[in-house]
Ligand binder design. Sequence first.
Ligand code: AHR
Length: 500
Amino acid sequence: MTVKAKMTVDKEYKIGQIDERIYGSFIEHLGRAVYEGIYEPDHPSADEQGFRTDVIELVKQLRVPLVRYPGGNFVSGYNWEDGVGPVSERPRRLDLAWRTTETNQIGTNEFIDWAKKVNAEVNMAVNLGTRGINEARNFVEYCNHPSGSYWSDLRISHGYKEPHKIKTWCLGNEMDGPWQIGHKTANEYGRIAAETAKAMKWVDPSIELVACGSSNRKMPTFAEWEATVLEHTYDHVDYISLHTYYGNRDNDLGNYLAQSLDMDQFIYSVICTADYIKAKKGSKKTINLSFDEWNVWYHSNEADKKIEPWSIAPPQLEDIYTFEDALLVGSMLISMLKRADRVKIACLAQLVNVIAPIMTEKGGEAWKQPIFYPYMHASVFGRGTALHSIISAPKYDSKDFTDIPYLDAVSVHDEDNEVLTIFAVNRHQTENLLLDCDIRSFEGYKILEHIVLEHDDVKATNKQNRSNVVPHSNGKSKVDNGQLEASLSALSWNVIRLGK
Ligand code: AHR
């Protein structure tokens, strides 16, 4: 049996311009993300600063435009001053968030150097857990003020004459979560975030600020948290954050692959809440969304319970991803692109070793997890205007969801290069899906490439065999008279690229 679906894509049905920062990622001082991840001075590929060039090469393949740093939960106990100046004088500190020891060998300036090497901007988080207005405004002064003040001159004395010009800043992290150091109520956080935002923007009016939304949609304070925080901060911030992680804990694939519907609902609810406050305030300003933590995270939960407290950079949150995880990651990317009009920043959490597309062996190779591929495809090919794709597809129900379309898809028009890209997941577990797509508004467009990620074993990983779960370009599709016909294999991630 073949499942059939119909789709219409028209270049005039625009969702919005895709902000490239939607393909951002995240490096936290956590586990082996920094140490043994991006930084390993004894590694054969290390450059003069100790950064692994093999990792840099893989990050460049992902075309990551923005990297959030330094946390995460870590930031809520972090003194940024510990990570600047002579490395030999930097203190070792207990990190209460992850119960490890932080050596501060890498800090703000080194990380910004690394980000430049991978052609990314830094999305810098300030500590609103144990700290407040003063430390945050000093940090902006240290990073962004040209010279002639205490903190900017300190940066210059540390060897960085030019200001770093960090544009995007996060006002703390997951402040609604009881696990957070300095956890706050929505009113407490809203007040400190608003006052901190004002001071930071007084130092540098060109910066953009992200206020903390809920840690996930199931938090008991969601969406009252967003409403209250925005009541306080609306005039001073630019984005509200969203975080979510999914996992196939019940080993129920149909239900697992439907988790992106939860993400759709989460995004929609936050947009509605932000716009409710806009209406209430009679504001002309629109608050956009920063989905600055998203991924699959559950494989490493048990192993992490056995970590020796206060160790330095232990393997932590080292999920080994499967093929089915890559399918969900593909659908999560589709969900965000479908709301590219409002989701302007997103960070795959995280980038190296910690719930990451890139893994490293100490002294050894760097390798790609299955989730590397949908993330790379979206980042490399998903630039331009997101288009509404009118879909009519058969549906199924699962434990937690109803009306789950077997076809999950979105289209992107790269006007500059005259390329149309369709990203599509076939959620059907046994049947190929025959897609009939009306692309008449793209006159003369032909198939350039049909990339497919598929595997017989949904639990397949790349841990033993690095080329076990890898994409191929032998997808079956053709265009005839403005009609695209594509066959999407059962359980597959597809990238269909069309041009003249
Ligand atoms: O990304 C891992 C952790 O998940 C982050 O530190 C925290 O913000 C979230 O709970």
